[in-house]
Design a protein around this ligand. Structure first.
Ligand code: COA
Length: 182
C-alpha cells in the first residue's frame, strides 16, 4: 500500500538518495552536484512550498515539490513543480498519484499556475504531465549543456484557478486529507 504525506527533515536522506542518480547520470536535472541530505533539508524549509513523499511499507519511493517560478513578486502565483521517483517505483501509476496530490495542494494554496520544465527527451514525464492537464507552453532549444550534449527544455503549464482581478495571496500548505493512502 502506498501513502502520500508531507516530507519531514528525517526524509532528507531518502530524498537525496532518490535524486542523486538523476543529477549524476542524466540530463533530467540540470544540477551537476547532487545535494546532500543537509542541503535537501535546507531546501525543504520554504514555508510556501510543499514537499511530498510517497512511501510504501515505510520506504520512501519518491517525492514531489514546488519552488518559486521566479523571484520577482508579480510571479508569486506561479510555481515550478518537480517530481522524482526511485527507478524501481516507476511505471506503476505512483507518479500520477503523487503529482495529482501536489497539484491539488497547490490549488488549495491559491496558486494560479504550475509550470514543469522537462528536459528532452522524457516521454514518460510528458505523458504524466499531459495526463494531469499540463499543456505545452513552448520549448527552449539547446539551453542546457550536460554530459556532453546540448539539451532542449520543454515547458508545460497547468492552470490551477481562474485568473481574477484580485487574486488571493498564496498561503502555506495545509492538511488536505493527508496522509493519503491507496
Ligand atoms: C516521470 C515520472 C515521475 C513518472 O512517474 P511514473 O510513476 O513512472 O509514471 P506513471 O506510472 O504514473 O505513468 C504516467 C504516464 O506515463 C506513461 N508511462 C509510464 N511509463 C512509461 C514508459 N516507460 N513509456 C511510455 N509511457 C509511460 C503511463 O502510461 C502514464 O500515461 P497515461 O496516464 O496516459 O497512461 C517517473 O517515471 C520518474 O521519476 N522518472 C525519472 C525522473 C523524471 O523524469 N522526473 C520528471 C522530471 S521533469
Amino acid at each position: 500500500m502506498t501513502a502520500i504525506r508531507f516530507a519531514t527533515a528525517s526524509d532528507a536522506d531518502a530524498i537525496a538518495s532518490i535524486y542523486r542518480p538523476y543529477v549524476e547520470g542524466t540530463r533530467v536535472s540540470f544540477e551537476e552536484q547532487a545535494p546532500d541530505a543537509a542541503e535537501v533539508a535546507a531546501r525543504m524549509q520554504s514555508p510556501l512550498h510543499p514537499w511530498l513523499v510517497v512511501e510504501e511499507d515505510g520506504r520512501v519511493l519518491g517525492y514531489a515539490s514546488s519552488s518559486p517560478y521566479h523571484r520577482r513578486p508579480a510571479y508569486r502565483w506561479t510555481v515550478e513543480t518537480s517530481i522524482y521517483l526511485a527507478a524501481a517505483a516507476q511505471g506503476r501509476g505512483i507518479g500520477r498519484q503523487l503529482l495529482s496530490t501536489l497539484v491539488e495542494l497547490l490549488t488549495h494554496q491559491n496558486y494560479v499556475t504550475a509550470i514543469a520544465a522537462i528536459a528532452l527527451p522524457n516521454p514518460v514525464s510528458i505523458a504524466l504531465h499531459s495526463r494531469l492537464g499540463f499543456v505545452a507552453a513552448g520549448t527552449y532549444r539547446g539551453v542546457g549543456f550536460k554530459l556532453h550534449e546540448w539539451t532542449d527544455v520543454s515547458l508545460w503549464q497547468r492552470d490551477l484557478a481562474p485568473r481574477t482581478a484580485e487574486p488571493r495571496e498564496p498561503r502555506p500548505p495545509a492538511m488536505i486529507d493527508f496522509p493519503r493512502r491507496d
